[in-house]
Design a protein around this ligand. Structure first.
Ligand SMILES: Nc1ccn([C@@H]2O[C@H](COP(=O)(O)OP(=O)(O)OP(=O)(O)O)[C@@H](O)[C@H]2O)c(=O)n1
Ligand SMILES: C[C@](O)(CO)[C@H](O)COP(=O)(O)O
Length: 248
């Protein structure tokens, strides 16, 4: 359980050090444009829109910290939000760890948010923060699945893969970010996983392995991850619709 006696201060860590291989050749994914603005700037604004977030740590490509600092300086961001930039690592897990290491001592809870999810609405961010502040040590936004999922036995490349199981779809959720944590809980998970040397595809998965219960709050369709070229087409369409209908 989180320490309820300390005053809350929430930070967001944005891992943005990936190359974006699945998106295709070009600049690191977080620096590519969405509606004329780098995806990372959208992601920082998405975190800063939450009144609960007073610090954002951007984890930049290790050879791109100066470029990222420059980008942040030239785009409008709320003045009440402090922004730090640190260099990332070779894996998402290492990049998140670099962001956590930069947090000041008064931070009690943290959001980990993919730069690759630039359009997450503030209500989703706030509901994650609220659940953590209410005492949940680990919270993920998630949506039910539309497709049926099969577990397969991976075989040789190009060969059909045998199905070994069909998990009950109604019990499955597709997990998004920001994922919210009591900071001490997430740090313990990172330390435990670093020792065992195992990788993990999200932070909540690491916390689960330490025996802590992770809870789910509703995610949002527009919090999807820009991973492949078609995702960028969809993100452009969502952004254009927002700009036509909101003061975005
Ligand atoms: N070494 C890494 C790898 C990933 N990330 C970040 O983790 C988030 C989720 O990763 P993903 O969408 O897989 O991004 P990439 O690793 O850039 O994509 P790909 O796997 O296609 O190269 C992204 O914001 C990415 O920048 C990171 O900070 N450091
Ligand atoms: C953290 C995540 O976005 C949750 O769905 C996802 O696991 C990241 O995976 P990636 O392969 O690093 O994009």
């Amino acid at each position: 359980m989180s320490d309820q006696s300390r005053p809350h201060r929430t930070a967001a860590v944005i891992p943005a050090a990936g190359r974006g291989v699945r998106l295709g050749p070009g600049a690191p994914k977080a620096l590519r444009a969405l509606g004329g603005t780098p995806m990372l700037i959208h992601a920082v604004r998405a975190m800063a829109r939450s009144r609960a977030v007073s610090l954002v740590v951007v984890v930049a490509p290790s050879d791109g910290t100066a470029e990222v600092r420059h980008l942040l300086d030239e785009h409008a961001l709320p003045e009440r939000t402090e922004i730090l930039v640190v260099p990332g690592g070779d894996t998402r897990q290492e990049s998140v760890r670099a962001g956590l290491d930069a947090l000041p001592a008064d931070i009690t809870s943290v959001l980990i948010h993919d730069a690759a999810r630039p359009l997450v609405p503030v209500d989703t961010v706030d509901s994650v923060v609220e659940a953590v502040r209410d005492g949940a040590p680990a919270v993920v936004p998630a949506l039910p699945l539309a497709d049926t999922v099969k577990e397969v036995e991976p075989g040789a490349p190009g060969r059909p893969e045998p199905v070994v199981a069909t998990p009950e779809r109604a019990r499955l959720r597709a997990v998004q970010t920001p994922q919210g944590f009591d900071l001490a809980t997430l740090l313990r998970a990172h330390e435990a996983i670093a020792v065992s040397g195992e990788g993990a595809t999200d932070d909540a998965g690491m916390v689960e392995r330490t025996g802590v219960t992770v809870v789910v709050v509703p995610g949002h369709e527009e919090a999807f991850k820009v991973t492949r070229p078609l995702d960028l087409v969809l993100a452009e369409a969502v952004l254009a619709r927002r700009r036509a209908t909101d003061a975005y």
